[in-house]
Design a protein around this ligand. Structure first.
Ligand SMILES: [Zn+2]
Length: 465
C-alpha cells in the first residue's frame, strides 16, 4: 500500500521534472544549427535532444543488422556461428537421443532396433567410438558374427576403443575354439590394460591350458600386483605353475633347474602334495636327506596322501621291511590317528608279515571308514592271520561296493581325476583339484555281486554282516 503510494508519487515528480526540463530547453534561445549541402536547419533545443536519441537508436539498429549479416556470411562459408551452433546442438541432441534409444533397445533385447538406432546416432553424431560399441553389441546379440567382427576391427583403429576391439575379437575366437589366436589377442589385451581383471583371468586360463607355465606365472604376478588375487591364493597357484614348469624341465633333461624350481614351489606352498613330492626327490638327488624328510613330514601334517608315503619310501629304496617300519615312524608319528596313516602302518606291517600289528593299526577302520583300501587291507590281514575264507571273502565283497576314499576331485565340475594335474581334464578349470572323498554318486561301484559272482555271489548275505 505504502509502496504503491510511493511509486505514484515518484512518477508524478518525474513527469514534473521532465516538463520543467523541457521548459528550460525551450527558453534557451536557438539550439542547434545544422548545414546539409546547401540547406540549413535550425533545431530547437528539444528537437536536438530528440534527434540525438534517434541517432543513438539508429546506430544501434545498424550495428545489429551488420552483425547478423556478418554471421550469415560466415555461416554460408561454414564457420561456426550462432546459427551453425544452433543446428549442431539440435543434431547432437537427436544423435544422443538415438544413442540412448539404442542402448535401451539393447537392454531390452531388441537387437535390430538397437542396430538402426546406432546407425541413426552415427549419422547425427559422427562419433564412431561411441556408436560402433553399440553396433557391435547389437550384432553380437543378433548372432551376426561377421558384422560384429568387422566392427571390432574398426574399433582397433582408435586408441580409445582398441582394447574393446581386441577383447571382442578374443571372445569370438574363444567361442570358435581358436585358442591359438585367442591367446595372442589376450596377450595384446593384457599389454593394453594390464590391470583388467577379466583379461588377466582369461589369459592365465589360456596359458595354463596351453601349458605355457612361464607366461602364466607372469600373468599371475600381474594379478597380484594389481590386487586381483589374495596373496595366499597367489602363492599356491604360483607353486602349481612352478611344479608344472619343473616337470617339463625334468622331461627336457634340465634336472638342476627342475630341482631348484621344485624346491621353490614347495617353499611357496608346503601343503601342495605334488610340490612336496618333487621337492623331496630334488633334495634326495642333492644328497640333502634331512630336508627331504622335513618337506614330506610337513606335507603329511597338512594332508596325509599316498604319494607322500611313496616319495618317503623312495628315499631308501632297498631297505628291509623291518628297517622300513622303523624309518617310517618319522612320518607316521605326525598324524597317527588319520585313516591314511593307519592304513600306511598296516601296509608296512603286512609287508613285514606282522599281521597282528597290521590288525592293530587298522583297528575299527573297517567299520568307521570302510573304504575299498581299508577293507582290502582287512581281507589281507585276515588271510595272513589264517582266518576262515568266508571272513576274507566277506571283506572283499564289502570292498567291492565301498567308497573309494579320498581322490583328486575337481571343485568346479566334481569329477574324479586319475592323477593330480594343474588343469581339470574334464572342465579345464585351473587349480581346481582337491584331495577329498568323491561325491556319493560317483564313489561306489554298482552291484557288488555282479563284479565277482562266483566268489561272493552266494556267501554275500551271510558274510557281509
Ligand atoms: Zn573340472
Amino acid at each position: 500500500m505504502l509502496w504503491s503510494l510511493l511509486k505514484i508519487l515518484f512518477f508524478v515528480i518525474l513527469v514534473a521534472a521532465l516538463a520543467y526540463g523541457a521548459g528550460i530547453l525551450m527558453e534557451t534561445g536557438p539550439g542547434l544549427r545544422v548545414a546539409v549541402a546547401d540547406m540549413e536547419f535550425v533545431l530547437g533545443p528539444l528537437q536536438a535532444v530528440i534527434l540525438a536519441l534517434l541517432t543513438v537508436v539508429g546506430v544501434w539498429l545498424l550495428l545489429r543488422v551488420a552483425g547478423f549479416l556478418v554471421a550469415l556470411v560466415r555461416f554460408l562459408n561454414g564457420d561456426e556461428t550462432a546459427i551453425s551452433r544452433y543446428f549442431s546442438r539440435s543434431r547432437e541432441r537427436r544423435g544422443f537421443q538415438a544413442l540412448a534409444d539404442g542402448m535401451l533397445a539393447l537392454a531390452s533385447g531388441e537387437a535390430r532396433l538397437a542396430m538402426s538406432n546406432a546407425a541413426k546416432a552415427e549419422r547425427f553424431l559422427r562419433r564412431p567410438d561411441l556408436t560402433n560399441l553399440l553396433s557391435a553389441q547389437a550384432a553380437e546379440m543378433l548372432g551376426d558374427k561377421g558384422r560384429a567382427r568387422d566392427i571390432y576391427k574398426k574399433l582397433l583403429g582408435d586408441d580409445r576403443t582398441r582394447f574393446v576391439g581386441v577383447r571382442g575379437l578374443m571372445k569370438q575366437k574363444l567361442a570358435e575354439g581358436d585358442t591359438e589366436t585367442a591367446i595372442k589377442l589376450a596377450e595384446k589385451a593384457f599389454v593394453l590394460k594390464p590391470r583388467h581383471a577379466e583379461t588377466q583371468t582369461t589369459l592365465l586360463q589360456l596359458q595354463a591350458n596351453a601349458e605355457d607355465w612361464k607366461g602364466a606365472r607372469k600373468t599371475l604376478n600381474a594379478k597380484l600386483r594389481h590386487g586381483n588375487i589374495p596373496r595366499d591364493l597367489h602363492r599356491r597357484r604360483d607353486a602349481v605353475l612352478a611344479v608344472c614348469e619343473a616337470r617339463d624341465l625334468m622331461v627336457d633333461g634340465d634336472e638342476p633347474r627342475a630341482r631348484d624350481l621344485s624346491i621353490e614351489a614347495n617353499k611357496l606352498s608346503p601343503d601342495l602334495v605334488p610340490a612336496a613330492v618333487m621337492a623331496a626327490r630334488a633334495y634326495h638327488a642333492q644328497g640333502r636327506e634331512k630336508q627331504a624328510v622335513r618337506v614330506l613330514r610337513r606335507a603329511w601334517e597338512a594332508q596325509p596322501h599316498p604319494d607322500i608315503a611313496a616319495a618317503f619310501a623312495e628315499l631308501v629304496p632297498d631297505e628291509t621291511p623291518q628297517d622300513r617300519i622303523l624309518r617310517f615312524a618319522q612320518l607316521t608319528d605326525v598324524r597317527p590317528d588319520d585313516p591314511e596313516t593307519r592304513m600306511l602302518t598296516a601296509e608296512l606291517a603286512i609287508a613285514a608279515e606282522d599281521f597282528p600289528a597290521a590288525r592293530k593299526a587298522l583297528g575299527d577302520l573297517a567299520d568307521t571308514a570302510p573304504t575299498v583300501r581299508a577293507l582290502t587291507l582287512m581281507a589281507a590281514v585276515e588271510r595272513g592271520l589264517g582266518s576262515d575264507d568266508e571272513v576274507v571273502r566277506g571283506f572283499l565283497a564289502k570292498a567291492l561296493s565301498a567308497p573309494r576314499g579320498p581322490q583328486w576331485v575337481c571343485d568346479s565340475c566334481a569329477t574324479i581325476q586319475p592323477a593330480w594335474a594343474p588343469v581339470c581334464g574334464h572342465c579345464g578349470g585351473f587349480d581346481t583339484l582337491a584331495w577329498k572323498p568323491a561325491p556319493a554318486n560317483q564313489a561306489a561301484l554298482a552291484g557288488a555281486s555282479d563284479m565277482l559272482p562266483l566268489l561272493v555271489g552266494g556267501g554275500l548275505e551271510k558274510s557281509a554282516d
